[in-house]
Design a protein around this ligand. Structure first.
Ligand code: SAM
Length: 280
């Protein structure tokens, strides 16, 4: 039988392929094409417009690093907003924090939530947690119009085009600042330091006039092209090294598989090419 591959072509210069057993779902929403495939070596994959979003085998890395770095830096996170993140992985990690009372998920595409709930339930399970409220709609509009205030905002979006384009713009981050509480922290998905250093630099240029603290941090995974990926941590005050207390992580005793206090600290060590490019 012919071997089939779930192929992702990235920037037209690199391809990653996951040996595919079968396609479980393919659907088109007004925003994008959503697929879920069963693979031989990486569990189930969620793809959007042909780009791998989540692989069951390594999604814990991305979701632990996007959630626990800000939530263990903020002194006492209780209300969290996740923008994008319709697969539910970021919400699952946020709600591991017993002190979090409310997590709002602002996801533009209900098809992503439905497909994730049905086909990658281990990732999406926390979407049914009573502390989670799913608001289907544009995250840009949500932060512009909400009267709520949040201790942390997690921007778990797709790449800066299509519906996600404005999530990488100055107006959005001015609104994010408005909805953050006094010690508010925000983390943004910032792409590959190898292939998208421009995205990282542009996003830092947008964040710096809005937040006094802006720090890139890195993680590695099996799924994304180049294997090295970045987030941008920004805040109104708390610093991810000075204000981070490793004892809090140990005391929380969360069932984690990647994040720990040393990985938190190590994530902010930048390789020389990136350090120079972002002027650290
Ligand atoms: N971990 C993935 C990555 O690194 O690319 C992202 C995961 S999540 C599936 C990305 C989500 O962002 C998608 O479900 C997409 O529908 C959502 N999204 C894109 N633009 C959005 C917007 N303006 N408002 C809310 N959600 C948006």
């Amino acid at each position: 039988m012919r071997t089939r591959w779930a192929d992702e072509s990235y920037q037209g210069i690199v391809r990653t392929g996951f040996r595919m057993k079968r396609r479980l779902f393919k659907g088109k929403s007004p925003f994008q094409t959503v697929e879920v495939v069963e693979t031989s070596g990486h569990g189930r994959l969620l793809l959007i417009d042909g780009m791998t979003m989540v692989s069951e085998r390594d999604e814990f890395v991305y979701h632990e690093m996007i959630a626990h770095v800000p939530l263990f830096t903020h002194p006492r996170p209780r209300r969290v907003l996740v923008i994008g993140g319709g697969d539910g992985g970021s919400v699952r990690e946020v709600l591991r924090h017993k002190g979090v009372e409310r997590c709002v998920l602002a996801e533009i595409d209900p098809l992503v939530v439905a497909a994730s709930r049905k086909y990658i339930p281990k990732t999406a399970a926390a979407l049914s947690d009573r502390r989670c409220e799913i608001r289907i709609g544009d995250g840009v509009r949500f932060v512009r119009e909400t009267a709520e205030r949040f201790d942390a905002v997690i921007v778990d979006s797709t790449e800066p085009f299509g519906p996600a384009k404005e999530l990488f713009g100055p107006a959005f981050y001015k609104d994010v600042r408005r909805v953050l509480t006094r010690d508010g922290v925000v983390v943004s998905q910032a792409g590959s330091p190898f292939y998208e250093i421009g995205t990282i630099k542009n996003l830092m240029r947008i964040l710096k006039p809005v937040f006094p603290v802006v720090e890139p941090y890195l993680f590695t995974n099996m799924t994304y092209p180049g294997g090295l990926w970045s987030f941008l941590y920004s805040s109104k005050g708390p610093r991810p090294s000075r204000d981070f207390k490793p004892a809090r992580v140990r005391a929380a005793r969360l069932p984690l598989r990647w994040y720990n206090a040393r990985m938190h600290e190590a994530a902010f060590a930048l390789p020389e090419f990136l350090r120079k490019a972002v002027g650290r």
